[in-house]
Design a protein around this ligand. Structure first.
Ligand code: PLP
Length: 375
């Protein structure tokens, strides 16, 4: 097995620190071992700090973030429920699809890709549908690099007495996420973005309102694995845990280390670092004559969507960066395929030396590509 040493500047995974890799390689122990249970409690505490919540039910789902999306929606929705779902990129569309498959009536609000979810439109829609059970949206749209105003959107839901589901897979650790202040109900993330832990786990948190809604269901959750009523017995309290599935023990070591490193750095310091790296990148990209897709106030510092200039072969540039310079950047997804590059500055990747290296190499590759186009 030969694994190349890449600089990961795409939409995730981001680079993982040596200390997290070391933590992953600690000896495996039993998932019901008291030592592991202590670790589980610490991970829950560290996760609460990252999400800025006191929610008791805060834990990592043993799967990539797609399953957290699924768990959030299938636990809250019963057949016939109404769900208002805002879509401004790929991932809002997936939320709608999951809700439909759970038997919900979906009111889909579509916004232009590259623009944030419009709170006024959401407020009008919520008012028009007083029977809706929840509002779901993506805080940090990885497909476009747009940040939506999660505080305002959750406030609209809360005021109307409906639940909010927030996807902050790309947000957590990179920009402020304040679950309790937002009065958000279910918020989930992934490990492989700004937490810089390998993919495969999904931090999630449920408010007391969300838990009460799930406990009051009249139909069983359609997914056995995602059924929170069953998962709770595994992740809650010390001592009396019941077997649900075998937790990915070593992956939890890695998450513990990644979250500890975030706590040591401090949330605000991490957000400031992501913003500073974005500013540096933006200045360098402007020098190269490149433009952003997203208007400045709505840009995610950790996910930069850059318009491919006319006449350039976007795939060629990505391939050259990867094959010649060991740098991964991302392609456009869905409607944006072939039109943009996505440059990630997430977690451990978001450091000055990495920004400089990318800008230098991108400059060389663009110059070569330009010469080829002229020839
Ligand atoms: N939601 C958003 C906003 C994402 O960016 C992603 C992955 O990139 C997901 C959900 C799904 O995460 P995963 O690929 O870990 O299943």
């Amino acid at each position: 097995m030969h694994i190349p040493n890449r600089l990961l500047m795409g939409p995730g995974p981001s680079n993982v620190s040596h200390s997290v890799l070391d933590a992953l390689s600690q000896p495996t122990i039993g998932h019901l071992d008291p030592a592991f249970q202590t670790l589980m409690e610490e991970v829950k505490d560290l996760m609460r700090a990252a999400f800025q919540t006191r929610n008791e039910m805060t834990f990592p789902i043993s799967a990539p973030a797609s399953l957290a999306m699924e768990a959030a929606l299938v636990n809250l929705l019963e057949p016939g429920d109404k769900a208002i779902i805002a879509q401004n990129g790929v991932f809002g569309g997936r939320m709608a699809e999951i809700a439909r498959r759970a038997g919900a009536n979906v009111v889909l609000l579509s916004f232009d890709w590259g623009k944030p979810v419009c709170p006024d439109t959401v407020a009008e829609t919520v008012e028009m549908h007083p029977d809706a059970k929840l509002l779901a949206f993506v805080h940090a749209e990885t497909s476009t690099g747009v940040r939506s105003d999660a505080a305002r959107l959750c406030r609209i839901a809360h005021k109307a007495g409906i639940l909010s589901v927030v996807d902050t897979v790309t947000g957590l650790g990179g920009i402020p996420v304040a679950v309790d202040e937002w009065q958000a109900d279910v918020v989930y993330s992934g490990t492989q973005k700004c937490l810089s832990v390998p993919p495969g786990l999904a931090p999630i948190t449920f408010s007391a309102r969300a838990i009460a809604t799930i406990k009051a269901r009249s139909t069983p959750v359609q997914s056995w694995f995602c059924d929170l009523n069953l998962v709770l017995g595994y992740w809650s309290g010390t001592g009396g845990r019941s077997y649900h599935h075998t937790a990915p023990v070593n992956a939890i070591y890695g998450l513990h280390k990644g979250l500890s490193e975030l706590a040591d750095e401090g949330l605000e310091a991490s957000w400031t670092r992501h913003q500073a790296m974005h500013d540096r990148l933006a200045a360098g990209l402007a020098d190269l004559g490149l433009e952003f897709l997203v208007d400045e106030p709505h840009r995610l510092p950790q996910l930069n969507t850059v318009v491919v200039p006319q006449g350039f072969d976007e795939a060629y540039v990505r391939q050259q960066l990867l094959q010649k310079h060991d740098i991964e950047i991302g392609a456009g997804l869905g409607d944006l395929a072939g039109k943009v590059w996505r440059i990630g500055l997430m977690g451990h990747t978001a450091r000055p030396e990495n920004v400089e290296r990318l800008l230098t190499m991108l400059g060389h590759v663009l110059a070569e590509a330009r010469q080829q186009a002229v020839a």
